[in-house]
Design a binder for this molecule. Structure first.
Ligand code: NOJ
Length: 565
């Protein structure tokens, strides 16, 4: 038996701000949280880049879909070297996306619709255009301004070699040399792009600054923060060489040394301090860790009772589409989070990975590709969508909290034939054109099949080209259409809510090589991974299915069914 019982009672009421409050139940333990990638959600002014007023105007979509909260990827002032994950000012809105007043309006409007709002916080690095970094460049070696970042002298003759052998996540060295007094000078660390210098989290001013940033947004009414690169803030003090390629997921084998740049024990004290700040506010504000840490037992340390509330479950996202792999990751995830009293989270897609409607159309066992382009092996689109729908119904029946990524409710695939010259992810350049990167999952989403930019904005402009097949996925082609992916999600979210699946408890009934069956409350969930169709028990009342059942009521391959027996 696994899962968390997180509270009693089914009564609920709306508070003054209109947010649904359920007494005795912590909203985030069972919430379905919808990720909005602001550049690509809805464009109100026709410049081809989505914006905050665009989001506000489309909030009705989210309430109709039936989610509980939104998480907004960064919208802060930024040179956009990494699509806004390079923040130049943590307390404002980039003119691309609107103004601070637009953020306030979005938060207020969301709350009046009963939606919670989580914003992105990027503490591992600033933008190289941040005031602090400009000061550090100007102030020179040994200055207090440089102490806020990770500046070091180079190695070798005239310091011409980087201080260590670390690689950037986007490819190439993790160090860049600056010019001091007109000559080649010190090097600074950037685990990501050169435009994203890593902060020095040993510095008290860095710590104080982020406490203040938390308060800035909490005071504006946000319900929490998704914490970017939560496992990266603290580096091993000696910055020792690593001798290994950069892998964002590491530490898989427990006895293997942990990379010196990830998942250092020192990060936890930072989150304890943040937790105390959040707890001083009313209304159950939350911290969500983006931590590419394995195994799940190590990830669970981030969600101990006095640290963060949730952590993304990337091991689940990465698990192969087979019954044993899914059984293992679900079981281990529930056990690991139960052990620390936290809810488990589930996620299949986000703005950093190939969309699951395409990922699951690749041969089982394919290592997660870093983007797919023309000339690469193309996913089987029909198979991918079929499996994605089955995977989603399986996920939404699990106890805990689930994350959805904009467009997945439309069954949207990855754009797998994006011309390379249109690519904007720094990964493409920094990897020397060996990794296509993440643009394919970031293409602006289609709302109306026959409108310019498929209804993304009032003009044809779109910061990444949308493929013609977007028309068939547009919301207006699916809304009210039985069997569409959109209606599949809506029904699933309604039933999930009615049956309290998020706060339920999972009992495995069958966990063989081909079929998984579990019970959550009065609902039974069966996924058929095998080649042959399988029966549902006689007398079962089928409530929902990811695809039509056979004529004789059997469950075909790659289908999930929810039933009551
Ligand atoms: C994780 C974010 O999700 C990703 O988009 C970004 O590139 C890196 N962190 C660096 O901030």
């Amino acid at each position: 038996m696994h899962g968390s019982n997180t509270g009693e009672g089914s009564e609920h009421h709306r508070d003054a701000a209109g947010t649904v409050r359920r007494p005795g139940r912590r909203w985030w333990t069972e919430a379905v949280i919808y990720q909005i990638y602001p550049r690509s959600f809805a464009d109100s002014d026709g410049d081809g880049i989505g914006d905050l007023p665009g989001i506000t105007a489309r909030l009705g979509h989210l309430t109709e879909l039936g989610v509980d909260a939104v998480w907004l990827s960064p919208f802060y002032p930024s040179p956009q070297a990494d699509a806004g994950y390079d923040v130049a000012d943590y307390r404002d809105v980039d003119p691309l996306f609107g103004r601070l007043a637009d953020a306030d309006k979005l938060i207020a409007e969301a709350r009046s619709r009963g939606l919670r709002v989580i914003v992105d916080l990027v503490p591992n690095h600033t933008s190289s255009a941040h005031r602090w970094f400009l000061e550090a460049l100007a102030a020179g070696p040994g200055s207090p301004a440089r102490q806020r970042y990770v500046f070091r002298d180079g190695k070798g003759p005239e310091g011409a070699e980087p201080p260590n052998d670390w690689q950037s996540v986007f490819g190439g060295p993790a160090w860049t040399r600056v010019t001091d007094d007109g000559h080649p000078g010190q090097w600074y660390l950037h685990l990501f792009d050169t435009g994203q210098p890593d902060l020095n989290w040993d510095h008290p001013e860095v710590r104080a600054e982020f406490l203040d940033i938390l308060r800035f947004w909490l005071d504006r009414g946000v319900d929490g923060f998704r914490v970017d690169v939560a496992h990266g803030l603290v580096k091993q003090a000696d910055l020792a060489d690593w001798h290994e390629p950069q892998e964002i997921l590491s530490g898989k084998e427990i006895d293997k040394p942990r990379p010196p740049m990830w998942d250092q024990d020192g990060v936890h004290e930072i989150y304890r301090e943040w937790r105390r700040v959040l707890d001083s506010y009313d209304g159950e504000r939350v911290l969500v860790a983006e931590a590419w840490v394995e195994p799940v037992e190590r990830l669970a340390a981030y969600v101990r009772p006095d640290e963060m509330h949730q952590a993304f479950n990337f091991e689940y996202l990465l698990a192969a589409w087979t019954a044993p792999a899914q059984y293992a990751v679900i079981t281990r995830s529930l056990e690991a989070t139960d052990a620390v009293g936290a809810p488990t989270t589930w996620v299949l897609s986000n703005h950093d990975v190939v969309r699951h409607a395409s990922r699951l159309g690749l041969p089982i066992g394919t290592v997660r590709p870093n983007g797919i382009g023309i000339g690469d092996e193309q996913p089987d689109a029909a198979l991918g969508l079929r499996r994605a729908r089955a995977a989603t119904l399986l996920m939404l029946a699990l106890p805990g909290s689930a994350y959805l990524y904009q467009g997945e409710e439309l069954g949207l695939p990855e754009h797998t034939t994006l011309p390379d010259e249109a690519r904007q992810d720094p990964t493409w350049e920094r990897s020397g054109h060996t990794l296509r990167g993440r643009d394919g999952c970031r293409v602006p989403i289609p709302w109306e099949a026959d409108a310019p930019s498929y209804g993304f904005g009032p003009t044809d402009a779109s910061w990444l080209p949308q493929p013609p097949l977007w028309a068939e996925y547009a919301l207006d082609r699916q809304r009210g259409v039985p069997g569409s992916t959109y209606e599949l999600y809506r029904t699933a979210l309604r039933l999930r809510h009615e049956h309290g699946l998020g706060r339920g408890t999972l009992f495995w009934l069958e966990s063989g090589d081909e079929v998984l069956t579990f019970r959550n409350g009065r609902l039974t969930v069966l996924t058929n991974f095998g080649d042959a169709s399988v029966p549902v028990p006689g007398g079962a009342e089928v409530l929902h299915a990811s695809a039509p059942l056979d004529e004789d009521g059997r469950v075909p391959t790659d289908v999930t069914v929810w039933f009551r027996s």
